[in-house]
Design a protein around this ligand. Structure first.
Ligand code: AMP
Ligand code: MG
Length: 339
């Protein structure tokens, strides 16, 4: 049975206590963060964390992010907190930045997928912070069935998990819409493992040039540091085709592809920053911030409208565009058309 708690109008202490109790009892609670909804459990309770993997169908070697509400809790989780971590946390926490650090002794193997590192972040959402502050560090991946687009609305979580987890906190649409940026500070040079809600430019503005892990660009080499990258991700049921290139040529190419697939009797959906004529169309907005907020919802929505093919317009990789393109390339299974 799933208790759905409505907190669209802000924190209600009585309702929050219900969710806190679930976490302390080793149950699963889906909760809003500023990035996407998370599927949370007590990060230090092995049994509880194992249930996250079962519920999502998530491979056991794909580690979870541990969410904290006080900076000092970092010392419970990490063996070593390097200077760069302190500088970045002071500047960007609470916020969409996850730091990968040498793992402390209290963190169970299941939480880190057996790695000798732990990923930690402090989310910038009042409900997430209150839930964690009043319970314990909370391990939480995105609250979607493994491989599906991440949830930006409580309805998405209901679609994937109703009846299969104890509690869902509904706080409406998440503000950022893509997951956190993951930065590895456990090796010699700071390394980006996943572009996300904090633009890379902002991190480099503070600590200088960051190495980009080759797996971020889709090169399937040496994935030991970034296990999540080897799995199929963010995929709706329909086949996604991503069109990249100069903007005017992208427009022509998308238009051509729509005609081509329709002439073969397929239902075609388009998600884009400009209007197109197709069977189904979702407008993504026009800035990187808007597109990030809408990209996962667009994938889920087109799926619900039963299209066979989704054609996605590529965007500029600046700012949040880097995270958006990373998600779209994965959603497309790297089926990319160059305009
Ligand atoms: P999710 O919360 O579903 O978006 O997944 C968490 C992401 O963080 C995945 O891409 C993981 O591979 C990554 N991650 C979590 N912990 C670690 C870690 N210790 N080392 C490297 N990547 C990690
Ligand atoms: Mg995820």
């Amino acid at each position: 049975m799933t208790v759905v708690i409505n907190m669209r109008d802000g924190i209600d202490e009585r309702k929050l206590a219900v969710a806190v109790r679930f976490i302390l009892d080793g149950k699963l609670v889906a909760f809003p963060t500023e990035t996407v909804y998370g599927l949370g459990a007590d990060a230090l309770n092995e049994k509880a964390v194992r249930r996250i993997f079962e519920a999502k169908g998530r491979p056991a070697d794909n580690p979870l992010i541990v969410h904290i509400a006080r900076f000092d809790d970092l010392y419970l989780l990490a063996r070593d907190v390097p200077g760069e971590a302190k500088v970045l946390a002071r500047k960007f926490w609470p916020g969409p930045l996850t730091l990968v650090l040498p793992r402390g002794e209290g963190v169970p193997d299941v939480t880190t997928g057996g790695l000798d590192t732990v990923a930690v972040r402090m989310p910038a959402h009042p409900i997430a912070l209150a839930l964690i502050r009043e319970s314990t560090p909370v391990a939480a991946p995105s609250a979607n069935i493994s491989g599906k687009p991440s949830p930006t609305l409580a309805e998405h979580v209901v679609d994937d998990f109703y009846g299969r987890i104890e509690c869902i906190i509904d706080a409406g649409e998440t503000r950022i819409g893509v997951e956190s940026t993951v930065l590895d500070l456990s090796s010699e040079k700071p390394t980006l493992l996943r572009p996300g809600g904090l633009p890379l430019e902002e991190i480099e503005g503070v600590i200088g040039e960051v190495r980009i892990h080759p797996a971020v660009r889709g090169e399937l080499v040496e994935v030991a540091r970034a296990p999540g990258m080897k799995y199929r991700h963010y995929s709706p049921n329909a086949q996604v085709i991503l069109v990249e290139g100069p903007r005017d040529r992208v427009r022509d190419r998308v238009t051509m592809l729509v005609e081509e697939y329709r002439s073969r009797g397929l239902r075609v959906g388009v998600m884009a920053t400009r209007e197109y004529d197709a069977d189904e169309f979702v407008h993504l907005g026009s800035t990187d911030v808007e597109v990030a907020r809408n990209v996962f919802r667009a994938l889920r929505e087109l799926d619900k409208r039963d299209v066979d093919i989704i054609i996605a317009e590529g965007v500029d990789e600046k700012g949040l565009g880097f995270a958006v393109m990373n998600r779209l390339r994965k959603a497309a299974g790297y089926r990319i058309v160059w305009a």
